[in-house]
Design a protein around this ligand. Structure first.
Ligand SMILES: Nc1ncnc2c1ncn2[C@@H]1O[C@H](COP(=O)(O)OP(=O)(O)O)[C@@H](O)[C@H]1O
Ligand SMILES: [Mg+2]
Length: 252
């Protein structure tokens, strides 16, 4: 697992008496786009929260390694400082600053005007947005795009994007893919969390999550095919057996 940027080793999380992550093992390699595909309620956001170290999502068993270090007991701040970031499914609203200030802060204060314009262009927003205030006059979709552009400014070692397409209805699949690739080409790795198999298909490798478990890992295309043709309601007593066979097929 030395070559992994992020490695989750059988991570289990329980909330409100329910097991929401069940021995989840995933690996993210440097400068790859890793997809986590699954239906609503599969546990995808919970996985992101466990990686980020949110309160209530600390593993009861299993370990999380980032850049070779065991970060299981680290605080959110320590994780963020070491290069992990999460773009939320429903972005928080930062009131009272302009988009320009927000992007500058995201870049650690070093962004120039050109880079900020490029970041907005990647999410199909024109430069007039730099002067807009981050407030309720922005739509959910606009806020989401601005948050995605801030990830580009941040250049983290690993960005976890939770449902990056949700609420961004006008951003075409090609544009989203262009943004992921640009972030990766700049030296980051990306985890894309999605319930859309067409989004997962644009990743380098994918995991399929079902009922808090990883049921399949493989090439993005193999996972997409399985999701379309074989994915059954969770929990499915046969799923594990079938997934084990698929795992062998997908990796060969
Ligand atoms: N605070 C909580 N207490 C109990 N169950 C929770 C809590 N948060 C999430 N869950 C449950 O965990 C499961 C996974 O949720 P989530 O990670 O949000 O799934 P996804 O992001 O794949 O839609 C769901 O069944 C959800 O109801
Ligand atoms: Mg979610």
């Amino acid at each position: 697992m030395k070559e992994s940027l992020l490695y989750l080793d059988e991570v289990s999380v329980t909330r409100g008496g329910a097991q929401i992550l069940d021995k989840v093992t995933i690996q993210v390699k440097p400068q790859e786009i890793t997809g986590v595909l699954g239906r609503n309620g599969a546990g995808k956001s919970s996985l992101a929260y466990a990686v980020m170290g949110l309160q209530g999502y600390r593993p009861e068993s299993g370990r999380i390694y980032f850049k070779g270090k065991d970060i299981t007991d680290w605080s959110i701040t320590e994780r963020a400082k070491s290069g992990l970031t999460l773009a939320w499914q429903h972005p928080a609203r930062y009131e009272g600053i302009t988009v320009r200030e927000y992007l500058r802060i995201s870049s650690g204060g070093k962004a120039d005007e050109e880079t900020m314009k490029e970041a907005l262009d990647l999410v199909q927003l024109d430069t007039s947005y730099l002067d807009r205030m981050l407030d309720k006059n922005l739509s959910g979709g606009e806020r989401k795009r601005i948050e995605l552009s801030s990830v580009y400014m941040m250049k983290p070692d690993l960005a976890i994007l939770d449902e990056p397409d949700s609420g961004v209805d006008l951003l075409a699949l090609g544009d989203i893919t262009r943004l992921f690739r640009k972030i990766v080409n700049d030296g980051s790795s990306v985890i894309i969390i999605t319930h859309r198999e067409d989004v997962a298909a644009r990743c380098d490798r994918s995991y399929l999550m079902c009922h808090g478990r990883i049921v399949l890992e493989g090439s993005a295309e193999a996972v997409r095919r399985y999701f379309l043709s074989q994915c059954r309601p969770c929990p499915d007593p046969d799923a594990e057996e079938f997934a084990a066979e698929e795992k062998i097929n997908a990796s060969s």
